[in-house]
Design a protein around this ligand. Structure first.
Ligand code: PLP
Length: 450
């Protein structure tokens, strides 16, 4: 590896970072992570901390899973790549599709379309939703509904259904026909409603109104994250997702559950939708599907959707959509190994227990630190903390203070993630009780520094 000075200098000169300011790398150099083990990461200076981010909501198995590493390595020697476009495929991709289908059988997912990541998976579901309606003789159904504060990746389709202006404003015009409903965010919402079930009713009414205004026969699909992740870990009330499911059913709208973060155990169950007994029509997945060891995503279809494509008589069911790396054999090997390890280790059970510990611990910190405006979580290892400078007025904390909290927590032993004035946490699902305590004491130090 090149020496540290080379890395720091060239990082600033040549590398543009996702979600980063291209001119900022010299003034605010990013932390260069050069190694990882278990749930820890180590930087260039040898500082080793608990990774409370899990890479980016994805390293569910931690960094030291040899079963996944060996499977990837073996596949590289057997078949490093071959196209899976119509006419050819590879054995590992077939095995991976079987593993994914089995994993989500209880959720009604019957077919799998592999992609290279979450944005691709979202894009695939949106495109196939439109095609589904065309095949059924309803070509007017082209519009999409989604939630404010939702994050669905950065392709034009995903950005169009994203519910945060930051990801949209510089890239407009986006896809026409995308409409956004309020988020089930009890801390701030246009109705000033703090009761999650009453808020669910108000959003359901807003959705009914929007559908009536647009015309149900113009709407292809509704996409939502069961728990909004990047938007700040927003956990809806018990009735919210079932209400959304019911409205979709009554109006012939496909429901897409974006499980890119919430799938594969992070929420304490294998999908987010399962917490509320909801079976979506389609799911977008990525991240935990390979625990971040290889870039893979998958769009999943229920039997209802699959039937329309597979039993088509119009001759229009061919899918003119896909990626060079769809069903990549090395990615597929990572999927097979990762899912078998996920089941063997029953990661959802540890996620539930350690998630409760983390959430309760942060609630305790909120009693001590006035800058904590809202704590969100309680479903596995997804925890959000909203930081304010004035609790009564709910004034978002300034970025300089947020960065100080972040740096102090890092120095004290934990990497957390900032999402504007929120702290977002999603550590590996293999984390231990002691390691959660390390995160909590690092946060405590960070809040004290603020
Ligand atoms: N959907 C959700 C819910 C996500 O959280 C993300 C990324 O964090 C995406 C889609 C996009 O995934 P990717 O960054 O792999 O393209």
């Amino acid at each position: 590896m090149k020496d540290d000075n080379f890395l720091k200098e060239n990082n600033a000169k040549h590398l543009w970072h996702p979600m980063g300011h291209p001119g900022d790398s010299l003034k605010n150099p990013p932390t260069i992570i050069k190694g990882a083990d278990g749930v820890h990461i180590s930087d260039l200076d040898g500082h080793r901390v608990v990774d409370a981010v899990g890479g980016l909501w994805c390293v569910n198995l931690g960094y030291s899973n040899d079963v996944v590493k060996d499977a990837i390595s073996k596949q590289l020697y057997d078949l490093p790549y071959y196209s899976a476009f119509a006419g050819s495929t590879n054995p590992t991709a077939i095995e991976a599709s079987y593993a994914v289908r089995e994993f989500f059988a209880e959720d009604g997912m019957a077919r799998c379309f592999f992609t290279s990541g979450g944005s691709d998976s979202v894009e695939t579901t949106l495109r196939l939703a439109r095609q589904y309606h065309r095949l059924r003789g309803e070509p007017t159904r082209t519009k999409f509904l989604s939630l404010k504060k939702g994050y669905h990746g950065t392709h034009f389709g995903g950005a169009s259904v994203n519910g945060n202006n930051r990801f949209r404003i510089n890239y407009e015009p986006l896809l026409a026909g995308c409409y956004h409903l309020p988020s089930p965010y009890t801390y701030r919402n246009p109705f000033n409603e703090t009761d999650p079930e009453k808020l669910a009713q108000l959003i359901a009414q807003a959705m009914e109104d929007e559908i009536a205004f647009q015309g149900a026969n113009t709407i292809a699909a509704f996409i939502m994250e069961p728990i909004q992740g990047a938007g700040g870990v927003i956990v809806p009330g018990e009735t919210f997702m079932p209400l959304m499911r019911d409205i979709c059913d009554r109006h012939g709208i496909l429901m897409i559950s974006d499980e890119v973060i919430t799938g594969f155990g992070r929420t304490g169950d294998w999908t987010g939708a399962r917490h509320w007994g909801v079976k979506p029509d389609m799911m977008s997945t990525a991240k935990g599907i390979t625990s971040g060891y290889f870039p893979v995503g998958a769009a999943l279809m229920s039997e209802k959707v699959a039937d329309v494509f597979e039993k088509d008589t119009t001759g229009e069911a061919a899918i003119f959509h896909g990626y060079t790396y769809s069903a990549h054999p090395v990615g597929a090997a990572a999927v097979v190994a990762c899912l078998s390890e996920t089941l063997r280790l029953d990661t959802k059970t540890n996620a539930a227990a350690r998630g409760t510990q983390l959430y309760q611990g942060v609630l305790k910190l909120a009693e001590k630190h006035d800058i904590i405006g809202d704590v969100r979580g309680g479903h596995g290892l997804m925890t959000g903390i909203e930081i304010v400078s004035d609790k009564a007025k709910k004034t978002p904390m300034d970025m300089a203070t947020m960065k100080r909290i972040h740096q102090t927590a890092y120095d004290a032993g934990a990497m957390v993630r900032l999402g504007m004035h929120n702290i977002l946490m999603s550590p590996p699902l293999t984390i231990s009780e002691d390691e959660v305590n390390t995160i909590l004491s690092a946060l405590d130090a960070g809040f004290s520094a603020a």
